[in-house]
Design a protein around this ligand. Structure first.
Ligand code: NAP
Length: 285
C-alpha cells in the first residue's frame, strides 16, 4: 500500500515527500507523481517510487493509484481546467477506495475569493464521492511575495492595492509538514482544516520587516485597484495577469485572507514560520 503524492514535480509536492520521509515513512511506500517523471529523479534517488501522473490522462492515474491507500491531490495550476482534472483524480481514487487529501483554499465553500469556486467544486466532488477525505484549506504561501520583497529592496517601494488587509501566510514548508502529518495518520480523516500562518500581516508590516532585515528604507505605495492595474500593465504584464493580481489584492483588502485559528501550528507542533524569519532567509540566499 502506498501514499501517492501528485504534483511532486512542484514546490509543495516535493516538500511533502521530503517531510513524509523526515517523519519516518518508508521510501518504498511513497509514490511521487508528476507530468514529467524525469523531473522526479532527485526524489527517486531518495528511494521513493515515481510515476507519470497527468490529471488529463486517466490511464496515468489508474496505473499510479493501483496500490494507493492515500492520495494527496495537489490542486492543479491551470485555472479554469481544475474541476474536470480534479474529478478525474477523484474517480481514479474511487476505483481503489483510496483516502484523498486535497489542497484547497481558505473557507473555500463560502469565500468570495476569486480562486474559491474551483476549490469549492472539488470539495463537493469529494463529498459526493463517498471516499474518506481530508481538506487542507491552505492560506497564502509567503513565497508568493518573494519577488515583491526583492523588488522592495531594489527600489525602496512596494506597490499594492491590499490596503489594510492582512495576509495569514506561511511558507510552503509549513503546509508541507502539515500535509505529511495528515497523510501519516487517520486522526484527520473527514476533517476540513483551515491552515494559515500564526501572525497575519499587512503590507505596511511587510515594508517594515524588509527595512529591518535589509537596512534599506522601504515604503508602501497604496494604489486603488485601477491605479494598480495601470501600473502593472505599464510594466508589461498582460491584462489577464494584471487583472488577476489586482482581483486578489482586492480580496485581501476585504480581509478574505486575514484569518488564522492556529490549526497549522497545532498540526506541525510548533509556531508557523514568521514573516521576519522568511524575509531573513530569503535575503540571505
Ligand atoms: N496557497 C497559495 O498561495 C498558492 C499559490 C500558488 C499556487 N497554489 C496552488 O497550490 C498548488 C501547489 O503549489 P506549488 O507551489 O507546488 O505549485 P507548483 O510548483 O506550480 O506545482 C504545481 C504542481 O502541479 C502539477 N500539475 C499541474 N497541472 C497538472 C496536471 N494537469 N496533471 C498533473 N499535475 C499537474 C505540476 O506539474 P508540472 O511540474 O508538470 O507543471 C506541479 O507538479 C498549485 O498547483 C496551485 O493549485 C497555491
Amino acid at each position: 500500500m502506498s501514499i501517492v503524492v501528485t504534483g511532486a514535480t512542484g514546490h509543495l509536492g516535493r516538500q511533502v515527500v521530503e517531510q513524509l520521509l523526515a517523519r519516518g515513512a518508508t521510501p518504498a511506500g511513497i509514490l511521487a507523481g508528476g507530468r514529467n517523471p524525469e523531473a522526479l529523479h532527485e526524489l527517486a534517488a531518495l528511494g521513493v517510487r515515481t510515476a507519470r501522473i497527468d490529471y488529463n490522462d486517466p490511464a496515468t492515474l489508474e496505473a499510479a493509484f493501483a496500490d494507493a491507500e492515500k492520495v494527496l491531490l495537489i490542486s492543479g495550476t491551470e485555472v479554469g481546467q481544475r474541476v474536470p482534472q480534479h474529478h478525474a483524480v477523484i474517480e481514479a481514487a474511487q476505483r481503489v477506495n483510496a483516502t484523498v487529501v486535497y489542497t484547497s483554499a481558505p473557507k473555500a465553500s463560502t469565500s468570495a475569493l476569486v480562486l474559491a469556486p474551483e476549490h469549492k467544486a472539488t470539495e463537493e466532488l469529494l463529498e459526493a464521492s463517498g471516499l474518506t477525505h481530508t481538506v487542507l484549506r491552505n492560506s497564502w504561501y509567503t513565497e508568493n511575495y518573494d519577488e515583491t520583497i526583492h523588488q522592495g529592496v531594489a527600489t525602496g517601494a512596494l506597490l499594492t492595492s491590499t490596503g489594510t488587509g492582512r495576509i495569514a501566510s506561511a511558507p510552503r514548508r509549513d503546509y508541507a509538514e502539515a500535509a505529511a502529518v495528515v497523510l501519516l495518520s487517520k486522526e484527520h480523516d473527514g476533517a476540513v482544516l483551515e491552515l494559515a500562518g500564526d501572525a497575519p500581516w499587512t503590507f505596511e508590516e511587510l515594508a517594515a520587516t524588509i527595512t529591518e532585515v535589509s537596512g534599506r528604507e522601504v515604503r508602501v505605495e497604496q494604489l486603488s485597484t485601477e491605479e494598480h492595474l495601470a501600473a502593472l500593465t505599464s510594466f508589461g504584464l498582460d491584462a489577464g495577469t494584471a487583472g488577476f493580481i489586482t482581483a486578489l489584492d482586492a480580496n485581501i483588502a476585504e480581509g478574505l485572507l486575514a484569518d488564522s485559528d492556529g490549526t497549522l501550528a497545532r498540526l506541525i507542533g510548533r509556531p508557523t514560520t514568521t514573516l521576519t524569519e522568511h524575509v531573513r532567509t530569503l535575503l540571505a540566499e
